[in-house]
Design a protein around this ligand. Structure first.
Ligand SMILES: Cc1ncc(C[n+]2csc(CCOP(=O)(O)OP(=O)(O)O)c2C)c(N)n1
Ligand SMILES: [Mg+2]
Length: 345
């Protein structure tokens, strides 16, 4: 399905160059290595929890690569480490949320253009539409990119957000990673009609359903969607079909709801291996390049792990101080209660 017509102007580029393809590969290797390492960190007690994205690297790197961090803004869920890495976010600051040092990550959202990590399912979608509408009101040309899952698409919030965005022609790209599962619930038990992209028609929103494991297809669709939204045509929906190869989180055991055979069948070909084969076949990269990319990914992971281990705890009062610019009486009362209980003052 593709109701998003090709965009002739407004920034949609042609196919990625060889340099871009090599960069996409390096990013995907860095993300794969950091992601699998983060699970090991959790098992080793370095971080208390993590939501892996194994198998979703193409969907995340391809879409994150289309973002213009000088003017766009990205609203992630809890599973967008690959997007953050692609956008150049400081990864120690990003991972701090998984160390439970700080909710949402210690990076600066205004500078990085990545909103705080969002654990409320579908929460990021509403925030994105609000920000995008603000761009219209301020006569700016930024586009919001919001991520959500197949499971989140059944939340009322998503329908309200899509309807509002379409009515107001808000410049927002709704990026659904349909990874087959919402924790233990398969897509067919979560999405009536079987397709999130098909729903966009009901709101008059152009949509495209893509192979989310093909990084080039993801980049192309996202660039077209950005160009469409930036030219004042309103929102776009992309449904990237992918597969969550690992557990929902480090506290999940997929063996309780799917067999290894189902997992193998559902996962298909590894997106990283697909890109590797493509680069080899087209003579764009060789084994030496792949080895170098992996070595760089390993060095980077070591640096991030060291940074995470060195992170101290944050003062607990920040929980209250940083909620609103001007605090409220209710929040003041909660802060006083918390101080009494935790510091016995
Ligand atoms: C409002 C809300 N309801 C329920 C949850 C618990 N919860 C966390 S993740 C999740 C499943 C989400 O699945 P999906 O949207 O497909 O994203 P995925 O985890 O597959 O990336 C649920 C129900 C939550 N965090 N927030
Ligand atoms: Mg899902």
């Amino acid at each position: 399905m593709d109701t998003l017509l090709p965009v002739a102007s407004g920034g949609a580029a042609g196919p990625p160059t060889s340099d871009e393809l090599r960069e996409l590969y390096s990013l995907m290797v860095a993300v794969r290595h950091l992601d699998t390492s983060a699970i090991a960190w959790q098992r080793q007690g370095i971080i208390p929890g993590y939501a892996p994205e194994l198998g979703q690297e193409a969907a995340q790197v391809g879409s994150g690569y289309a973002v213009d961090t000088t003017r766009d803004f990205v609203f992630p869920t809890y599973r967008e480490m690959g997007v953050a890495r692609t956008m150049g976010v400081d990864m120690v600051a990003y991972m701090s949320t998984h160390k439970a040092t700080w909710h949402g990550g210690l990076y600066n959202p205004m500078e990085s253009r990545l909103a705080p990590i969002q654990a409320v399912v579908a929460g990021s979608v509403l925030h994105a539409v609000g920000w995008a509408h603000g761009q219209t009101l301020d006569r700016q040309d930024g586009v919001a990119l919001t991520y959500f899952g197949d499971g989140a698409s059944s939340q009322g919030d998503v329908h309200e957000a899509m309807n509002f965005a379409a009515v107001m022609k808000a410049p927002v790209v709704f990026f659904v990673q349909n990874n087959g599962w919402a924790i233990s619930v398969p897509t067919e038990r979560q999405v009536a009609g079987g397709s999130v992209a098909a729903r966009a028609a009901g709101y008059g929103i152009p949509a495209v359903k893509i192979d989310g494991d093909d990084v080039v297809a993801v980049l192309d669709a996202t660039r077209r969607a950005f160009a469409h939204a930036r030219s004042g045509n309103g929102p776009v929906l992309i449904e990237a079909m992918t597969y969550r190869r690992g557990p929902h989180s480090t506290s999940d055991d997929p063996g309780r709801y799917r067999s290894l055979d189902e997992e193998r069948d559902g996962a298909g070909t590894d997106p990283l291996e697909r890109l590797r084969q493509r680069l080899l076949a087209d003579g764009i990269a060789d084994e030496a390049f792949f080895a170098e990319a992996l070595a760089a990914a390993k060095a980077e992971e070591e640096q991030i792990r060291t940074g995470i281990q060195a992170l101290g705890s944050r003062p607990g009062t920040e929980m209250f101080d940083l909620v609103f610019q001007e605090t409220t009486p209710a929040l003041k009362a909660q802060a006083a209660n918390w101080r009494e209980e935790s510091e016995h003052v």
